[in-house]
Structure formats: C-alpha cells, structure tokens
Write a protein that binds this ligand. Structure first.
Ligand code: NDP
Length: 306
C-alpha cells in the first residue's frame, strides 16, 4: 500500500518520525511542501485541503480526534473513507484537566505569576480549596470525558456527566442527556467540555448555560472553541458570573494577541496542547498500521467516520 504523510502533521510531531514508525506497512512517503498529494492510496494528515478530494485517495486518516474541518458529504460522494484518532487521548487530556483543576483549587497559577515578579503573596484565608468533595460535570463521556471522570473520582470529587445515550459510565454518579444540560451544570464547581464539534454542539454553552452555572464555578474547555459562545463567556468572566476558565481551544487559533482572555487572572490559556505527549506518533502509528491491515483485508476500518 502507498501511504502519504501530509506535511501538516508537523503541527504535532515530525512527519519523518511517523514514516519510520510505519515503514513496514508498504511504501510510505512524506508529501513534500511544494507538491500536491498524489500517487498514494492513503493519506495521514492534520490539515484538510480541498485538493485531497481530487487526489484519488481511498482513505484519509486524521491525526486528531476532532474531524470537524473535513467535508463528510464530499468525501462520501468520492468514496474516500475518513478515520479519526479518537481513543488515544484519555490519559494526556485527563491529566491536563486534572492539572487545571488542581491549579484553580490550590492557586498554583497565581503563585507562578507572582514568582515572575519575585512576589511572596499568600492567598486570602478563604481563597484556596481542595478538590476532594467538589462537584464536576463532564460534558461528553467518550475517551476524553472518561479520562477526566476517572481521575476526578480518584480525587474524591462528585462526578456528573452528559452524553447522548444516558447509560451508566464508570466513575460517573449520574448521567444526563443534552436536553438537561442546564440542570447538569447548575451545581458543579467545575464544568469540563469534552464533546466533538458538531451541528448539535456548536455554541452548546452560551449565555443561558453560563447563567445557570454557579458564580464560583470554573469552565474548562478541551473540546473545540466553537462549542462555547466566546462573547457570552467573556461577559460571564468580566461580570463575575464565573470564577474562571481553563481554555485549550478557541474559535480563532492562535488566540489573537488582543484577546482580553490573555490578561485575566483566573483564566488559564493553553495553546491547544491538552493532548500533547511525546508518545503521540507511536499511538498514531498503531492506528494506521491496524487500518492498513483492515483495508487490505477488505474489512471495516477502526474509528471510521465516513
Ligand atoms: P469520543 O467520540 O470518544 O466521545 C465523544 C463524547 O461526546 C461521547 O460520549 C458522545 O456521546 C458525546 N457527545 C456527542 N455529541 C454530544 C452532544 N450533542 N451532547 C452531549 N454529548 C455529546 O471523542 P473523544 O473523547 O476522543 O474526543 C472528543 C472531542 O474532543 C474531539 O472530537 C475533539 O474535538 C476534542 N479533542 C481535543 C483535544 C485537545 O487537544 N484539546 C484532543 C482530543 C480531542 P455518546 O457517548 O452518547 O456517544
């Protein structure tokens, strides 16, 4: 099989590193910067480009779990299968969210900022708290959501979840459906967004949902920026309707330099890196290798989206 590795994967790891890891699946080449994608059956990519539709591909693999930038209907019309990388980010994103929550509760981000000014500043007596006994609502209970829920449960937090199918999930005390979202977030000290961006989840959290949240609550978004109404979030943060937010994803990435979010004391901005780990390419290699086997055997693909 001829497999192309699109140069855009370098946003996550060096394309040549993945080529070495999957050299056994067939003829594997990195598509050079100045060349269009051609002469391959399968393409492993970060970005989507319209030219992919005319490249005679059988299969595209997205190195991200989120595939909201891909045109599902056009791919289906041309008989191009699309797979994503869900299933591999639970530990990395779970640990990142654990870090955000710990930072807010134990005020670590405040001390790190003070350190830059060589300032010895203890918190007000009622500022710091412990995560044990706090409530967290995880919106989306797939790979990411379960990675968050299991860690929160270990910390002694009360975990509530939201998913489309309200069947029980380990480490989650109560599961709501999206129609009861406001009820699900109303009592939570932390609300963590771990859903894909779809027509149903675009602006899932807007003015109404933010109003329903406690004023001492923190919003954590590791899903996609457009899952939250960004203007409503800014209003809530500026008016004290929310205590703070940890944001890994934004409608515009990189976050523009003039965004007020950069300057807010209780907002932690991270550059879409919640899933970053040096093992990322190994995990992608395992997915690609498995699907090469399946494609050659004429079987359905793992993580098939289209
Ligand atoms: P999964 O497919 O494993 O899980 C998605 C979950 O979201 C499922 O529980 C699903 O419900 C739920 N869901 C879908 N639609 C809705 C809805 N309308 N309302 C409530 N719940 C809904 O995906 P992953 O956990 O792997 O990834 C989720 C998303 O996170 C990705 O699509 C991507 O956009 C983002 N992501 C971000 C990363 C980062 O670096 N910040 C890294 C990896 C992913 P049900 O269980 O009922 O099917």
């Amino acid at each position: 099989m001829d497999v192309g590795i699109h140069r855009s994967v370098r946003q996550i790891f060096p394309p040549g590193h993945l080529r070495e890891l999957i050299a056994d699946v067939g003829s594997v080449a990195v598509v050079p910067d100045d060349r269009p994608v051609e002469d391959c059956d399968a393409l492993v990519t970060f970005a989507y480009e319209p030219a992919f539709l005319d490249a005679d591909l059988d299969w595209i693999h997205s190195v991200q779990a989120g595939v909201d930038r891909f045109p599902f209907e056009d791919l289906s019309d041309r008989g191009i299968r699309l797979t994503n990388s869900t299933g591999i980010h639970g530990d990395a994103v779970g640990e990142t969210v654990f870090g955000y929550m710990t930072s807010f509760a134990r005020r670590l981000h405040v001390y790190r900022s003070n350190q830059e000014r060589r300032e010895w500043g203890p918190p007000a007596w009622d500022e710091a708290f412990t995560l044990a006994g706090q409530s967290v609502t995880v919106v989306g209970l797939g790979t990411l959501g379960r990675g968050v829920a299991s860690r929160a449960d270990c910390l002694g937090m009360h975990v509530t979840g939201v998913r489309r199918t309200p069947t029980p999930v380990d480490h989650v005390e109560r599961v709501y459906t999206p129609t009861d979202l406001t009820e699900a977030v109303a009592d939570a000290r932390f609300v963590v967004l771990t859903v894909p961006l779809t027509e149903e989840t675009r602006k899932l959290v807007g003015e109404f949902e933010l109003d329903a949240m406690r004023s001492d609550a923190y919003l954590i978004n590791v899903a996609r920026g457009a899952v939250v109404d960004q203007a409503a979030l800014l209003d809530a943060l500026e008016s004290g309707g929310l205590a703070g937010a940890a944001l890994d994803v934004f409608e515009d990435e990189p976050l523009p330099a003039d965004s007020p979010l950069w300057e807010m004391d209780d907002v932690v901005v991270t550059p879409h890196v919640a899933a970053a780990t040096r093992d990322y390419a190994d995990r992608i290699a395992a997915l690609v290798r498995e699907n090469c086997r399946r494609l050659e055997a004429g079987r359905s693909l793992a993580n098939e989206v289209v």
